[in-house]
Design a protein around this ligand. Sequence first.
Ligand code: ADE
Length: 402
Amino acid sequence: MRLDVVTIFPGYLAPLEQSLIGQARRGGLLDIRIHDLRDHAHDRHRTVDDTPYGGGAGMVMKPEPWAESLDAIRRSGPAGAVPHLMIPSPAGVPFTEAMARSLAGEPWLAFACGRYEGIDERVYDHARERMPVTLVSLGDYVINGGEAAVLVIVEAVARLLPGVIGNADSLVEESHEDGLLEYPVYTKPAVWHDGGVPREVPSVLLSGDHAAIAAWRLGQRRARTAARRPDLLHPSLATTGLGDLLVSPATPADVPELLVLTRACWLPEAERAGTTALPPLRESVASLASSLEQWHTYAVRSGGRLVASVRGRVRPGDETAWETGRLIVAPDLEGRGLGRDLLAFAESLAPERVTSFWLDTATLTPRHQRILRKAGYRVVRGGADETAGPRSEIVSAVKRRP
Ligand code: ADE
């Protein structure tokens, strides 16, 4: 892959000589060429910036050196070939692993590192008439120029090229590779004495049971993603088919809709249980609103519509127990894995001191049983044979914290 970088600070790109990228360059996998924009400024001071038309703070990068430099790069390639020009900018599209994968499939990328207040807007038009152009942002913050962004982008792209990373397997199970964050990793010793309580490696990892290890790792990935990046969780799993889920703490403004969804979701439970005397069906707007003070309640919205909810809390009177409840998913969205993910999310809210997770549900259909079993729960009160009568009003399930 060929990479051209235009900058006024060529020395800034020196890290591209290091480590795996440096090796890939020396091995001929990467052809990285750094260009000094000032080589295309022809006055005595090699000026590349000037004051902005219309006034305002700072300086703007002049168009002529940019056009000359980009044209020179384009002419240096094979006949008919053009690079895909990436321009780092806080106003660009977010850089993601998916974009890195797509860029890794291209033969030639060029990068234009802006500085000061930015590049004269006409440069973008000039470039767009000659090559594909993408403005790319590292995130919602401002850095001083495009160089640091280029280092990040080149590293993210180059490591995906065949041969750049020795062990291609290590690319597979990584954060963002399939949209989930990475599972925690451990190495020897199995028990580490650092002065306090001995720190043990989770026993499943020492079991040699590969299926159990894979299941544990997937559970960890989901729980971490739910806790740290709930915005990633559902779109990433793709199983939900919902790309725009927003998970946020429920507020009193959510209560009327929450009440409606709760009733809709608990009605089938009532039918199965043979009674409408289930607490969720007896809830009032006021009681649901005041419950927000006792529970961490989360509302999940899709396109503005409330589609799911869950709540959890440390069990009053038992600091080591976490209870999750009112796990509801709109009927039209059942079966997409949303309930499973919300359960993992609710568990991830539990403080460190919690050692057991509890979950109360109204009835225990085979589907409920399957979901609970998969999530590692064991039914301790009630059971499948009790689902027909009012006695089954509450079923409790429990699991030890992994
Ligand atoms: N240049 C300045 N801020 C940037 C950002 N957030 N991403 C990419 N390039 C930038």
